[in-house]
Design a protein around this ligand. Structure first.
Ligand code: GAL
Length: 389
């Protein structure tokens, strides 16, 4: 071939390649839910500790400490601003962030959070107003999803206040479509407190859905929520998770054994792990529990199977979560005030006598289970085990 014929051919090939890559960029599909949240989302959310007292300064400082404390290394990724960041809408309907508290705007905050290797989450409401009476997204679903995408938001939690006359299944489907059209992969957290059994329609709509009303920082509320999740396990899996609400670990209202129960139970439940405390001032004990790699590994196990109860006797419960590779996580929970003996029979969980037990909270090998393993579990406490195949 002569040079005269090669040059135009090369130009044509180059142009075709450029066109192909540009069009695949424009049409790049938003990843499937399985890719967006293959394991339960992990991060932090402002609500449980700070309520409406949110600001750009707080979010930046939380992002900083998420990295410096080792939370990021332990798997926590999302920094989520809950209610109260928004104040009004512009004439064209665009949502406006509080100009006093978020002076630089959400986009620059997202850039900062991304520069730390973290992701930013935001909050809105499916109704006319948020629970704290800020503008909701009703009839602005598409516009808000586009705005969030243009800011670089990675996660959106959508609440259910001032939405009584609406059907959650219909409203949340609108957001699903709006987010899919936004052109950005955004984790979708449905927060309608279990109204109209969201586990039935949530898997086709969002990545996680709240199954109950709000958690508070005390053992009674936390345990009522956590232990009531039994039976919902069949609805969860990679990309779509039951959400028994955010963590209260470190907020001060529960004792050590109660927070250990909270963390272990949420791990058995394959629940999203969204820390809800002030990471800047947390104690060594809180940090150790939140970053316990062996407990987190149960929550984040790639099999993505939510655990369930296999035995109960009054205040005593045994829960089991099958793990990838054939081993199992087993929680021995004592819901009474006083310490009690508990026995785990190998037959109950289909373990061989030679199956090895490991205490995950305290990182201790306990030897083979034999026919059964007996131990004392503290009041409101737990023994979280990994049982080998
Ligand atoms: C509730 C929601 C909480 C928090 C709060 C904010 O409805 O369940 O998690 O987001 O609203 O006002």
């Amino acid at each position: 071939m002569t040079n005269r014929r090669i040059v135009p051919l090369l130009i044509l090939v180059t142009l075709t390649l450029v066109f192909m890559s540009a069009s695949s960029e424009a049409q790049r599909p938003v990843p499937s839910p399985e890719l967006l949240s293959p394991t339960p989302p992990m991060g932090w959310n402002s609500w449980n500790k700070f309520g409406c007292d949110v600001s750009e300064k707080l979010i930046r400082e939380i992002a900083d400490v998420m990295v410096s404390s080792g939370m990021q290394a332990a798997g926590y990724q999302y920094v989520n601003i809950d209610d109260c960041w928004q104040v009004s809408r512009q004439a064209d309907g665009t949502i406006v962030a509080d100009p006093e508290r978020f002076r630089g705007g959400i986009k620059s905050l997202a850039d900062y959070v991304h520069s730390k290797g973290l992701k930013l989450g935001i909050y809105t409401d499916a109704g006319h107003m948020t629970c704290q009476k800020r503008p909701g997204s009703f009839e602005h679903e598409l516009q808000d999803a586009k705005t969030y995408a243009s800011w670089g938001v990675d996660y959106v939690k959508i609440d259910w206040c001032y939405a009584e006359e609406l059907d959650p299944q219909v409203q949340y489907a609108k957001f699903h479509d709006a987010l899919a059209k936004s052109g950005r992969p955004i984790v979708f957290s449905i927060c309608n407190w279990g109204v109209k059994a969201p586990w039935r329609w949530g898997p086709a709509t969002g990545n996680l859905w709240r199954t109950t009303g709000d958690i508070t920082d005390n053992y009674d509320r936390m345990s009522v929520i956590g232990f009531s999740q039994n039976g919902l396990e069949k609805f969860a899996g990679p990309g779509h998770w039951n959400d028994p609400d955010m963590l209260e670990v470190g907020n001060g209202g529960m004792k050590r054994d109660e927070y250990r129960t909270h963390m272990a139970l949420w791990a058995i439940l394959a629940a999203p792990l969204l820390a809800g405390n002030d990471l800047r001032t947390m104690t060594a004990e809180t940090k150790e529990l939140l970053t316990n790699s062996e407990v987190i590994a149960v929550d984040q196990d790639p099999k993505g199977q939510q655990g369930h109860r296999v035995w109960e006797e009054g205040p005593l419960e045994i829960w089991l979560k099958p793990l990838a590779g054939g081993s199992q996580a087993v929680g021995l929970f004592n819901r009474s005030d006083a310490a009690l003996q508990m026995q785990l029979d190998s037959k109950l969980i289909g373990a061989r006598p030679s199956s090895k037990l490991r205490d995950l909270l305290d990182h201790k090998d306990l030897g083979p289970i034999k026919d059964s393993y007996t131990t004392e579990v503290p009041g409101h406490g737990v023994l979280l085990l990994r049982v080998s195949k």
